[in-house]
Design a protein around this ligand. Structure first.
Ligand SMILES: Nc1ncnc2c1ncn2[C@@H]1O[C@H](COP(=O)(O)OP(=O)(O)O)[C@@H](O)[C@H]1O
Ligand SMILES: [Mg+2]
Length: 404
């Protein structure tokens, strides 16, 4: 079906010119002409055009007023403003009034037909999206679980996880939640400076009745909109939480959240393993010191034997510290390339912790914040997903799975 076009301009010659320019376009049809805004409104109702080409200065009713009326009353009609040089201040008003595009006179045939097609296609897509049933939209959702892990403590997992969560929320405007699975000594709540009312300990007591709405009531909200599920208030409560709990919690969160960031303790535990299993991406943190490299190498071997290595992205924290070990040597030792570098910046990190806010908020223009930005972009690209391996079918505990 041809794109139906209404030309609105008080100068007859201009209308004739446009008709001539569009004459040979098979997918376009000029269905009417109006000499002022008022006529345009009437003809829009009568002719139901897809696209209006609208002049600005016209008698009776000007193009901006007409644009406002038409885009409110007949939102299916897309309006392209035709202005002359020097009408810049009107252009802004026209866009605010609801115009989709503008062209500066005189324009070429190409410019005209391309603009019409672009505006028309956009409107078709917009309508398709609006009419898409909720189920289809639900099917298209693609929640990502990202676990920040390392077989070494103090390597920066919580620092990276919290700043990443906030950055993902800012960059994507999607729903982000962070879960503290460092069940004994987690400090996500501290780093985000949120006061937990309830934690995962209370949550698992209601686990059988759990649904997305109820789960929501266990989360604390950071001012950025990021939600957090804090770890137990006492280390001894950690024992109560099992891999099955974690599986259930992650499964439910996937209904409401687009990015689920998981912070972890520096060791393999049933709960950590479940998270690693269910993750789409694993960010494995390392730094350039021998004990860390040694432990991360061992950790990587375990991840490999659990068929989880395919999801691993190596993240080098404090990459700028000069301590003699070269990044390339570490890559060779681990058999994995560094996918993201986070520079060392003690001043920024500490200042932000003391201010009680992630540094990506308190110090957005530092190299370390930019590196988190890059990391978030990498996560958003979801490259790791394609390599994802189906999870092990049986959960037999860490050692069982390793040797089973
Ligand atoms: N890139 C960095 N530059 C400077 N200090 C850092 C950096 N990353 C982490 N730190 C500091 O290192 C310490 C340990 O970080 P943390 O995120 O708690 O590690 P983990 O969660 O792995 O135990 C914290 O004091 C933190 O402020
Ligand atoms: Mg930590």
């Amino acid at each position: 079906m041809a794109i139906k076009i209404l030309i609105v301009d008080d100068v007859t010659e201009t209308r004739e010119n446009i008709k001539r320019l569009l004459y040979f376009e098979k997918d376009m049809m000029v269905v009417g002409e109006a000499a002022n805004g008022e006529e345009a409104v009437k003809l829009t109702e009568k002719l139901n055009p897809d696209v209006l080409l609208m002049d600005i200065n016209m008698p009776v009713m000007d193009g901006i007023t007409a644009t406002e009326k038409i885009s409110l009353e007949y939102p299916k009609a897309s309006i392209i403003i035709m202005s002359v040089q020097g009408e810049q201040e009107y252009l802004k008003k026209a866009m605010v009034a609801g115009a989709r595009e503008y062209m500066v006179k005189p324009f070429s045939t190409d410019e005209l037909v391309n603009t019409i097609r672009k505006v028309y296609d956009f409107e078709q897509k917009r309508r398709a999206q609006l009419s898409e049933p909720a189920v289809v939209r639900e099917l298209r959702r693609d929640p990502q679980i990202i676990t920040v892990f390392s077989t070494k403590g103090g390597v920066g997992k919580t620092t990276v996880a919290t700043n990443l969560a906030v950055t993902l929320a800012r960059q994507t405007r999607k729903k982000v939640v962070i879960i503290d699975l460092d069940l004994q000594f987690g400090d996500v709540a501290v780093m985000l400076n949120v006061v937990p009312k309830r934690t995962i300990t209370e949550l698992i007591q209601d686990i059988n009745q759990m649904d997305p709405d109820l789960l929501e009531s266990y989360l604390v909200t950071h001012p950025t909109g990021v939600k957090a599920l804090p770890c137990p208030t006492r280390p001894e409560y950690a024992e109560l939480i099992t891999g099955a709990h974690v599986e259930k919690i992650l499964g439910i969160l996937k209904h409401n959240y687009d990015y689920i960031v998981v912070d972890t303790p520096p060791f393999f535990h049933e709960t950590t393993l479940t998270a690693l299993d269910l993750s789409h991406q694993i960010l494995l943190l390392v730094s350039l010191d021998l004990p860390t490299i040694k432990n991360v190498k061992l950790g990587l071997e375990v991840l490999d034997s659990l068929h989880l290595k395919g999801k691993v992205k190596l993240v080098l924290n404090r990459s700028s510290t000069e301590i003699g070990i070269k990044c390339e040597d570490m890559e060779e030792s681990l058999g994995l390339k560094v996918a993201a570098h986070i520079p060392s910046d003690g001043r920024t990190v500490i200042a932000s912790v003391n201010k009680g806010n992630p540094f990506v908020i308190t110090h957005p223009n530092t190299a370390i914040s930019e590196s988190i930005d890059k990391l978030a972009k990498m996560v958003m690209l979801r490259e790791a997903k394609r390599q994802a391996v189906p999870r092990a079918e049986e959960k037999k505990g860490f050692f069982g799975r390793l040797f089973g």
